[in-house]
Design a binder for this molecule. Structure first.
Ligand SMILES: [Zn+2]
Length: 241
């Protein structure tokens, strides 16, 4: 994870989100490219991993959990420490339903704009807040906007968290129609890929979680048609639950 050139800005699609939300000047400086497979969440064939960022959220998370329960799907939730502090019982409900818990950060900040020590403090605080609320020790980290800075990688190594980004996203933060979210997913989603959606609108357009929830039945139909199972990252990337 270390010992190679800094991977600052390696996550181009992710960076585009960061750009949209906070750093409009960064995009034009980035060369085009793609997420390195090592961090993209490319897993075993025969299925895809389903992941949600930015929760827990008192409105979005229960709606997502209800669908997952009805469908019998397990997913991975990349939680924000700041949201866990506000809604610890919602964080607990995710873990209690058998889903996997992971670290998104404490604050939703672009790590490229922060010092290595800030990033380390943020991820450590997030891990502690999440573990205290859920009783689970997270294994994965996905920094805000998918921006992996050299500081992110160093902190992840120190905290024994493995970075995982995604291979397909629904751009659900735009709060568009569900079939648009599904169209974005379909464009990039391949066997063994990892899906990024959001169970919270705390960093995006108000009510955008409704687009997410609306897209889930469409995803289910697509997965059935393609005969792919949906699973959490622990099962997808190996190492078991
Ligand atoms: Zn996020």
């Amino acid at each position: 994870m270390t010992g190679r050139a800094p991977v600052i800005g390696l996550a181009l699609p992710a960076l585009a989100v960061g750009v949209r939300h906070a750093f409009p000047t960064l995009t034009t400086r980035r060369p085009s490219g793609s997420v390195r497979p090592r961090y993209a969440g490319q897993g075993r064939p025969g299925g895809v991993a389903l992941t949600f960022d930015d929760g827990p959220d008192p409105k979005g998370t229960p709606a997502v959990l209800e669908f997952l329960d009805a469908r019998g799907w397990r997913a991975t939730f990349f939680l924000l420490g700041s949201q866990v502090r506000r809604h610890p019982q919602v964080a607990r409900s995710i873990a209690a339903a058998g889903h996997e818990i992971a670290v998104h950060g404490y604050e939703h900040r672009n790590h490229l704009a922060r010092s290595a020590s800030w990033v380390r403090r943020d991820l450590r605080a997030a891990r502690e807040e999440i573990a205290a609320a859920t009783g689970m020790q997270p294994r994965w980290v996905r920094p805000p906007y998918g921006v992996l800075s050299a500081g992110t990688l160093a902190a992840a190594k120190e905290l024994q968290l493995t970075p995982v980004l995604w291979t397909a996203w629904g751009r659900d933060w735009e709060a568009g129609p569900a079939d648009t979210v599904m169209a974005h997913l379909r464009r990039a989603l391949r066997d063994g890929g990892t899906i990024l959606l959001h169970d919270s609108d705390c960093t995006s357009r108000p009510g955008s979680w409704r687009s997410t929830v609306g897209a889930l039945p469409l995803l289910a139909a697509d997965m059935t048609r393609r005969q792919l199972v949906v699973r959490a990252l622990d099962e997808h990337l190996g190492g078991g639950r």
